[in-house]
Design a protein around this ligand. Structure first.
Ligand SMILES: O=c1ccn([C@@H]2O[C@H](COP(=O)(O)OP(=O)(O)O[C@H]3O[C@H](CO)[C@@H](O)[C@H](O)[C@H]3O)[C@@H](O)[C@H]2O)c(=O)[nH]1
Ligand SMILES: [Mn+2]
Length: 818
């Protein structure tokens, strides 16, 4: 009878207490937890369940009347009906109401009175009476998603707090230290000659050999996880060509030092006849080498007459399969070998080919395994104090960058604190508006500079110079000093063959058994972003790192050039990062007290990539579906909340646009970046999230899908034109197509409503309509790929059928069930 709220109440439930109650309630029959606690809790969310006896009902609600806000208590206080009738008559009449037939073809048991067909008829009946204020729980979901985005936004701010830009002075380095420069070992990793063409690999190797650095202090290692004879053959040819290439580079200060890239670009024309002649000569040599490599690649194997010409090939005699072979190691060029001089008689950098041993019973640990084998093998052969690691596509584009990086390591004051110097990963196949966001500009031009102010950037794989000691697991201490060998002492005594044999043993599977490799030494195993987790532990051990982003880009590689490739790469990354969150290396606690709080946040910003998938999916599906029902989930234009809501969204978007333009992007590039960020969040990260979770409970194995570095003809044309390449019907792309269709349906439906019944519909749900409209707008390339395009890069029609069917069923089901 409460004047304000009483009319809303269908029933008042009292607890059911029992007389036969013993102190310790042997059978739990007092139901204390339910009655003294949970039902009170239920009361705060719309009221307790109806639990049978001890319940006061409003007759009207019990007979099935629905609640409406117009409803008012209006109770009879006199017994009007009964007054006139005789008692007997009344008895008869009432009797008939309990007959079986009376309920036939009525709604009793369905919409009226207590429900039939359920053993807890009381609970089901009660459920009906909770007022249905549309979308309350859904709204909570949105709130949760918004809270997440807000929190995540805070994490991203850590990397924008203070940007550090560094500028080394390599000339001063050579003035002070030229004869005390440390030895440098360069590790190039390759793993699949199909998607990492040998011609590209040797170009990278050649570019590294031509660094402006004392050649006798340089050793280049190629780790070939495919143990491919073709790649070995290419290396053999390169070890010949380099004899011409290095002196040519040094004489004419060639940039970039990758011959392939050098001849591809418009190199400066010269009137110098001798130079022109040499240029023609070296170009011919290069093309010759390239042709020979291509021929063997086409053949798929090395011709017998070539094989018999070099002893190295004999190592393949015992080869049985990709996952089952001996170590193959060949020192192709070495300072002590008189044949290893260049055409002018100068010493060349040492060049080593390595395919570590693989056995089915040993996990090879992907790139981390390759790197650790290289660390061990190189310790025997050259033992350089500085190690540079690049992916096989990342050629050196700046022959000074090695000296630049050394400036940091050799700095008298701070140099000894530095574990690694990371350079950005730039890409050669870059288009103006960066359709796939593959330039990673925001990370590389902004956030990593931000990380540098907090103790240094993450180790992100390719293009990173390491201190060998920190990579080997040494902890930083304040007593530590740089103390570098400048001469090759070890090798002096042994013969080359002996050295090869000894080093081989270090690349065997057994050499890691019962050691700390992969745990405390070298790169960490068990995580697909081995680089990030390794860098994090180094920083937690007290080391600093440096972000070195020289004006002339230090390295250039090949970025993914189709949508599925991009999504797969990001799936791997998000998966690896999420593994870190779930491991003991989670920077929130592992980093606590070891690295600065800004860096902790910075790591979490990446580590939590995958966690964005659920709120994003929620936000891209639910508000749009509710459009179908006409239920508004966001503040109305007239609501005071409308202003902060739109302001936050606008300011965040405008700021991110400003940021993007500031680092040299275009408006269209920003729009593309928003799209790819949305797509990554709703597909790559979701799949990464699921896979990591499955791995965690042991249902799935670690896998490392190598990013393809070749581009087919048609694909590359579309890439240049910035036309999105969908190519295949991967589940990730199908998911994106389904989301796009779903939003399109919802949007069209609202449009239809607006046309038929006026703009009022849109007005009450303006934010929702805009959200859905933006989704449709940003998904435009998907609709084109589904329906408008004819080229090979479009979406297969099977995806169109699937996505339409899925999206339609979702809409229909939603309308039917709600
Ligand atoms: O079993 C393997 C798998 C990969 N690789 C090599 O590892 C490198 C990285 O693979 P890629 O597919 O090119 O990775 P990206 O997508 O470019 O990934 C980035 O992120 C990776 C971590 O996910 C780092 O390992 C990379 O260095 C970094 O460039 C390549 O040179 C591969 O040849 C191996 O040597 N052995
Ligand atoms: Mn790569």
């Amino acid at each position: 009878m409460d004047e304000e709220k009483g009319h809303e109440i269908a029933f008042v439930q009292c607890p059911q207490h029992y007389e036969n109650f013993t102190r310790n309630d042997l059978y739990g029959s007092a139901l204390t937890i339910y009655q003294q606690l949970q039902l009170h809790g239920a009361d705060s969310c719309g009221g307790p369940t109806y639990i049978g006896c001890g319940c006061f009902h409003r007759r009207e609600s019990l007979t099935g009347r629905k609640f409406s806000y117009q409803y008012k208590n209006s109770w009879k206080t006199e017994n009007d009906q009964v007054a006139e009738r005789s008692l007997d008559e009344l008895e008869e009449k009432s009797k008939s109401l309990t007959s079986c037939a009376h309920e036939e073809t009525t709604l009793r048991g369905k919409e009226m009175g207590l429900k039939y067909g359920c053993a807890v008829e009381d609970v089901i009946t009660g459920f009906k009476h909770v007022p249905k204020d549309g979308g309350r729980w859904v709204w909570f979901g949105l709130l949760a998603a918004e809270l997440w985005f807000g929190l995540y936004y805070l994490l991203t701010q850590a990397l924008r707090w203070n940007l550090v830009f560094r500028q080394p002075f390599p000339d001063r380095l050579s003035q002070r230290y030229e004869d005390r420069l440390p030895k440098v070992d360069i590790f190039v990793c390759t793993a699949d000659p199909e998607i990492e063409p040998p011609a590209m690999v040797v170009n990278t190797v050649l570019s590294m050999m031509a660094y402006d650095y004392p050649t006798e202090k340089l050793t280049v290692y190629l780790s070939d996880d495919a143990a491919s004879e073709v790649t070995f053959y290419a290396m053999l040819l390169a070890s010949d060509f380099v004899k011409h290439w290095v002196p040519f580079c040094k004489r004419f200060k060639v940039e970039p030092t990758s011959p392939g890239a050098y001849f591809r670009q418009d190199y400066p024309l010269t009137s110098d006849a001798s130079r022109l002649k040499q240029l023609g000569h070296i170009k011919k040599l290069y093309e010759d080498m390239e042709k020979r490599i291509q021929n063997v690649v086409k053949l798929g194997q090395v011709p017998e007459e070539v094989r018999s010409n070099h002893k190295g090939f004999s190592q393949w005699n015992s080869y049985s399969s990709l996952r089952d072979h001996d170590t193959i190691l060949q020192i192709l060029l070495d300072k002590k070998d008189p044949n290893s001089k260049d055409v002018e008689g100068s010493v060349l950098p040492t060049l080593v080919y390595l395919a570590r041993e693989k056995r089915p019973q040993y996990h090879h640990n992907f790139k981390a395994g390759a790197m650790n084998a290289l660390i061990r093998v190189s310790s025997k052969i050259s033992n350089g104090d500085i190690i540079l690691n690049v992916d096989c596509d990342m050629y050196s584009n700046n022959s000074q960058s090695l000296r630049g990086a050394l400036c940091f390591f050799m700095d008298e004051e701070k140099g000894h604190e530095i574990a690694f110097v990371q350079c950005p990963q730039h890409y050669e196949n870059f288009t103006r508006n960066d359709l796939y966001g593959s330039a990673l500009s925001i990370y590389q031009q902004l956030e990593l500079h931000g990380a540098d102010s907090w103790g240094g950037p993450m180790y992100i794989g390719s293009g990173c110079f390491h201190r060998r000691e920190s990579l080997m697991g040494r902890k930083f201490s304040y007593q530590y000093k740089n103390n570098w060998k400048t001469e090759n002492e070890q090798v002096a005594e042994t013969s080359l063959d002996e050295l090869e044999e000894k080093s081989k043993a270090l690349a065997s599977c057994a050499s890691e058994e019962n050691t700390l490799w992969g745990k405390e030494m070298g790169l960490k195993y068990g995580c697909v972003v081995e680089d990030v987790i390794t860098g994090l532990t180094m920083q937690c051990q007290g080391w600093k790192s440096v972000y070195y982003n020289p004006q002339r880009k230090a390295f250039l590689g090949v970025a993914p050039n189709t949508l599925p490739q991009t999504l797969v790469q990001h799936k791997r990354w998000s998966e690896g990062h999420f593994q870190i969150v779930l491991s003991k290396y989670n920077s929130a606690w592992y980093g606590h007290g070891r690295i600065s709080i800004g860096l902790q946040m910075g790591y979490l910003r990446y580590n939590l990539w995958a966690a964005n998938c659920l709120p994003t999916l929620y936000y891209s599906i639910i508000p749009s579906l509710y459009l179908l029902k006409g239920i508004s989930l966001f503040p109305q234009v007239s609501s005071p909340w409308f202003i902060p809501f739109t302001c936050v969204t606008l300011v965040a978007s405008v700021y991110s646009l400003y940021e993007f333009l500031w680092i040299g992007g275009t408006i269209k590039g920003w729009w593309n970046y928003q799209r790819i960020w949305l797509y990554k969040k709703s597909s790559s990260y979701l799949f990464g999230f699921i896979d990591t979770t499955l791995k965690q409970i042991g249902l799935s194995d670690l896998s490392f899908k190598i990013t393809p570095k070749v581009v087919e003809e048609g694909v590359s044309q579309r890439f240049e034109k910035e036309v999105m390449e969908f190519g295949d019907s991967s589940p990730m792309v199908t998911l994106l197509a389904t989301l796009a269709m779903l939003n399109l349906f919802c949007f069209l439906r609202v449009l239809k409503d607006a046309i038929l019944s006026g703009l009022g519909v849109i007005q009450t749900m303006i934010i929702q309509v805009l959200l859905c409209g933006c989704y449709v707008l940003i998904s435009w390339p998907l609709y084109e790929g589904l329906f408008l395009r004819k080229d090979n890069g479009r979406l297969p029609s099977s995806v169109a059928v699937k996505s339409i069917a899925l999206a339609l069923s979702a809409c229909v089901l939603f309308i039917a069930l709600h």
